[in-house]
Design a protein around this ligand. Structure first.
Ligand code: GDP
Length: 222
């Protein structure tokens, strides 16, 4: 088995994500960021990729992140505290990008805020870049991947809506995305396939996060 997979502890991840999680704040300007005093994990992706649904599935909440049929509505960096009652981690829901109907000025403003955040956040442990498993990488994803590479921000691709494509289609998209990642220095080589509908990959993603922090210090006992 691959060493990375060995490091993933789904039990620790499931314990972590069973803790209460609360919305901490929404950030629309860089000076509103909370103190960088704990590990942070951010979720990025094109509008409608399934980011709100994934955050809700991870945390076991139905409404923590807003699931919307109006893409482009999440226009701020949303910070969630996990566990709510301990000095735990921040989960950060970044604004969805690439929404065709957003005005160019608005889109440029959110992107500038996101990029300033991504470049300057020392406590950011990993960005999960969400990609729709039916579509693979799109042109709008490329500038973000370049920013991560240039700023040495560790990132990992999470395929969403894995319940939708047929297994052979999912395998083909995974292969194409994996091949594209080889030229991106800051990309984690392994993809995680997830579905917020079937629950596939949710435990794995929780485990991935738990493996990057000290869960024992938060009260987890093996
Ligand atoms: P966001 O804009 O990235 O936050 O995306 P949402 O979470 O609001 O989801 C966009 C649309 O995709 C909604 O209609 C969701 O119900 C749907 N969706 C999200 N995740 C999944 C999934 O895992 N499987 C399926 N079949 N649909 C999903």
């Amino acid at each position: 088995m691959n060493a990375d997979l060995d490091a993933i502890d789904e039990a620790a991840g499931n314990w972590l994500f069973a803790q209460p999680c609360v919305f901490e704040r929404g950030v629309t300007a860089i000076d509103q960021l909370p103190a960088a005093d704990r590990p942070e994990f951010a979720f990025a992706g094109r509008s409608n990729v399934g980011k709100s649904s994934l955050i809700n599935a991870l945390t076991g909440h139905t409404h923590l992140a807003r699931v919307s049929n109006t893409p482009g509505r999440t226009q701020q960096l949303n910070f969630f505290l996990l566990p709510a009652d301990k000095h735990g981690i921040f989960l950060v829901d970044l604004p969805g990008y690439g929404y065709a109907k957003a005005s160019k000025r608005d889109a440029a403003r959110w992107n500038a805020l996101m990029i300033a955040y991504l470049r300057g956040r020392a406590t950011l442990k990993r960005v999960f870049l969400l990609i729709d498993s039916r579509h693979g990488l799109k042109a709008a994803d490329e500038p973000f991947m370049q920013t991560f590479d240039e700023s040495a921000v560790s990132y990992q691709i999470v395929l969403t809506k894995a319940d939708k494509p047929k297994p052979a289609e999912l395998a083909a998209v995974s292969e194409t995305v994996s091949a594209a990642l080889r030229s991106h220095v800051a990309a984690h080589p392994r993809l995680i396939s997830t579905s917020s509908v079937s629950g596939e990959g949710i435990g794995e993603l929780r485990g991935e996060i738990a493996a990057l922090i000290d869960v024992a210090s938060l009260g987890y006992k093996r």
